[in-house]
Ligand binder design. Structure first.
Ligand code: ASP
Length: 318
């Protein structure tokens, strides 16, 4: 039986000019490691949901990516993380927003989905739930990352809010330190039974306002999965992805207008979002193992591994 796994590590101003050989090697290794972890689950007959959690938690543990351990710093110099997970088989979903000191927010989203009776928990309520379900809190030092801290120090006294992977800011003026690009992480999978799942995890944006929530934990915006259509995980300028309800819009174009996966992705990412000024991209798969990497930014850290023995790891534009 066929199965497919796709991952992303953020979209943005990712070009050969800003990457050296060592960085390329590190990203290749980080992406391959996550692909392998998720692939093992699928090859062993595991579910798309478990594969997505395995791939994302591997990237959350890797400081290279803006999620879990490598999360960026907020205006207050803290790490506040957002994540979500959705199962295409039954439309079950779990999400956490603005959580602190949780090593693997994506694992907590699965717990929320399965055992909270709710879809989304935020802040201290999510922490309380985590503690009562056996999660241990990691100290602030676990999330400390020199390059991300310096990235924040440069703009903390300004009103700039920097996308981790973007070389400029939300107002369009140049940032002091353009060219930093790490990224939000996500995974989508189609398992051997044709079930789909999607997940996304992020530290959000450097210098973001206390309590700011992006698209990543919002079901329908940053993440969506439905066996009848597709599984989607987004990355990019969250405010636009929220307003365009990107992930669900793609599903709707497939469901109501019979567009193919790729046609639907192109309409939303390369037309609608571009017209709004929303930069970013997404990964997508459908229940027939068709897949797409779709982005309107210069690049996107991304990877794919499937049961046909095909493997892709790439960063730059097509
Ligand atoms: N979409 C994320 C947010 O706005 C950022 C990203 O994808 O890098 O929080």
């Amino acid at each position: 039986m066929s199965f497919t796994l796709l991952i992303h590590g953020g979209a943005g101003n990712i070009t050969p000019a800003i990457m050296n050989a060592q960085q390329e090697a590190e990203y290749t290794e980080g992406l391959k490691e996550a692909l392998d972890k998720g692939y093992e689950v699928l090859a062993g007959g595991g579910s798309a949901l478990d594969a997505v959690v395995a791939a994302i938690s591997t990237m959350e543990d890797n400081p290279l990516f803006n999620a879990g351990r490598g999360s960026v710093f907020t205006k207050k110099g803290l790490n506040e993380m957002d994540a979500s997970l959705m199962n295409g088989k039954d439309l079950a979903a779990g999400a956490v927003a603005g959580v602190r000191n949780i090593k693997n927010p994506i694992v907590l989203t699965r717990e929320v989905m399965l055992h909270s009776g709710h879809v989304m928990l935020s802040g201290s309520g999510a922490t309380e739930f985590a503690l009562s379900h056996g999660f241990e809190l990691a100290p602030d030092e676990y999330f400390f990352n020199r390059s991300r801290y310096d990235q924040w120090l440069e703009i903390r006294d300004t009103n700039f809010t920097q996308l981790d992977h973007k070389g400029d800011n939300l107002k369009g003026a140049p940032l002091p330190n353009p060219g930093n690009k790490f990224g939000t992480v996500g995974a989508v999978a189609c398992d051997a039974e044709g079930n789909l799942a999607a997940g996304t995890s992020t530290g959000g944006m450097t210098n973001k306002r206390f309590g700011r929530i992006g698209d990543s934990p919002v079901i329908g915006a940053g993440t969506y999965a439905n066996n009848a259509t597709c599984a989607i995980s987004c990355t990019g300028h969250g405010e636009f992805f929220l307003r365009a309800v990107v992930a669900h819009d793609i599903s709707c174009l497939m469901e109501y207008k019979n567009l193919s996966l790729q046609e639907a992705c192109n309409v939303v990412v390369k037309d609608k979002l571009v017209k709004m000024g929303g930069e970013g991209g997404l990964i997508a798969v459908d229940a027939h193992n068709n897949y797409d990497f779709c982005f309107n930014s210069a690049g996107m850290y991304r990877g794919m591994r499937n049961s046909e023995g095909k493997e892709v790891v790439a960063y730059y534009g097509k």
